[in-house]
Design a protein around this ligand. Structure first.
Ligand code: MRU
Length: 367
């Protein structure tokens, strides 16, 4: 009855979800995808949320790089997919006539893509995975076909991996729990479903009642702009707090666990959005479990805290909010995008291969 009318169909699905809490599958498009008709990358412009939900199309490598730098597309797993699709895009744009030239073009494109954001390891991982795959090609068209297929596989696998992370992680949440999260590690940080928020989604899909407290995540407010919006799309109860309220919320007994994503996991630390480290200390002080949910593609098996570059962002992100001036225009600013949380502050790391409790050897994760 509803199939002839897209709007009614969406309404019907929303009704089913509200009443039966079916699977929490979203009506929204994937955060990032490939458009076959125009050989371009399409993505949700996250800088516009929550005011506007707009899909933009990147037809050139420079427009995709701009989208990554300005956080139109963001979140480690989504950046992995962006890296993969970026190489596919470069393959379609290359005018090379032979396999050596196109391979060189793609290596240059890979370097350009990797330089856009240095901390989330998934971006390099996505680029390198597609670059490795094209070595099986025999000609220019073969390079294009393989690059695109591999990039599409990365995107497809991301969704399946997040569902697995959700399945394992849901075991750690009890019916009635409230989880505190930071930044956005949801479907908008991935291709779909989410890592940290995917765990909450999976627990809810299993029938548990889960509430989320979202830290606003200054200075770019991924928590207040994106996490609250995406959870409200699914009717998942969410309460917004400012970053400075987290300790007090814990002391008041409002938080059962902290659940965050990761941009890079090395032997000794977890890199994630600035503010995560402080939350881990607060959680320790209040004896609240601190969980990190991330795919294996976020692990940097050779890395250590000291070997990783933390992205420093534009000081104006703190001096202004949009066009609103918040501080003296020439005030000195320190604006690292990420921090590192030592393993000893982490209760468990949830991956698609299961739950790992520190101290663990990264090699164990690979098995
Ligand atoms: O600067 P951002 O918005 O890309 O930072 C994102 C985060 O820190 C996320 O928590 C992380 O990428 C995990 S996403 C599943």
């Amino acid at each position: 009855r509803f199939l002839s009318d897209g709007k009614l169909e969406r309404k019907n699905r929303k009704f089913l979800r509200q009443n039966l809490m079916l699977t929490l599958e979203s009506d929204l498009m994937r955060t990032i995808d490939w458009k076959d008709e125009s050989n371009s990358v399409v993505l949700v412009d996250q800088t516009l949320l929550p005011k506007e939900y707009r899909i933009i199309e990147c037809k050139t490598l420079s427009s995709l790089c701009e989208a990554i730098k300005s956080l139109r597309i963001r979140g480690a797993p989504a950046l992995g997919a962006a890296g993969g699709f970026g190489i596919a895009l470069a393959a379609f744009l290359s005018e090379a006539k032979d396999i050596e030239t196109i391979t060189r073009d793609l290596e240059v494109a890979g370097k350009t893509l990797k330089s856009t954001r240095p901390t989330a390891v998934n971006l390099s991982w996505g680029v390198d995975r597609v670059l490795r795959a094209i070595s099986d090609a025999f000609d220019v068209q073969g390079v294009r076909d393989i690059a695109l297929q591999e990039a599409k596989d990365i995107a497809e696998e991301d969704v399946a991996i997040n569902k697995l992370i959700g399945k394992y992680g849901a075991k750690l949440l009890k019916d009635g729990d409230t989880v505190l999260t930071h930044c956005n590690a949801g479907r908008l940080a991935c291709v779909d479903w989410g890592t940290a928020l995917g765990v909450a989604r999976s627990a809810i899909a299993e029938g548990k009642e889960i509430k989320v407290i979202a830290c606003e995540t200054r200075p770019l407010n991924q928590g207040s702009r994106i996490t609250t919006w995406e959870l409200m799309q699914d009717n998942i109860p969410v309460t917004l707090i400012s970053d400075s309220m987290a300790g007090w919320a814990m002391r008041q007994g409002l938080v059962d666990s902290v659940l965050v994503g990761a941009d890079r996991i090395t032997q000794d630390v977890v890199f994630n959005k600035i503010g995560t480290y402080s939350l881990s200390i607060l959680a320790k002080e209040h004896e609240i479990p601190f969980y990190v949910a991330a795919p294996i593609s976020t692990f940097d098996f050779d890395g250590w805290e000291g070997s990783v570059k933390i992205e420093m962002r534009n000081p104006d992100e703190l001096r202004f909010f949009g066009s609103e001036q918040l501080a003296p225009k020439d005030v000195e600013v320190y604006n690292p995008a990420f921090d590192a949380t030592p393993m000893e502050n982490i209760t468990a790391v949830i991956t698609e291969k299961g739950i790992f409790y520190p101290p663990f050897l990264l090699d164990e994760v690979l098995v």
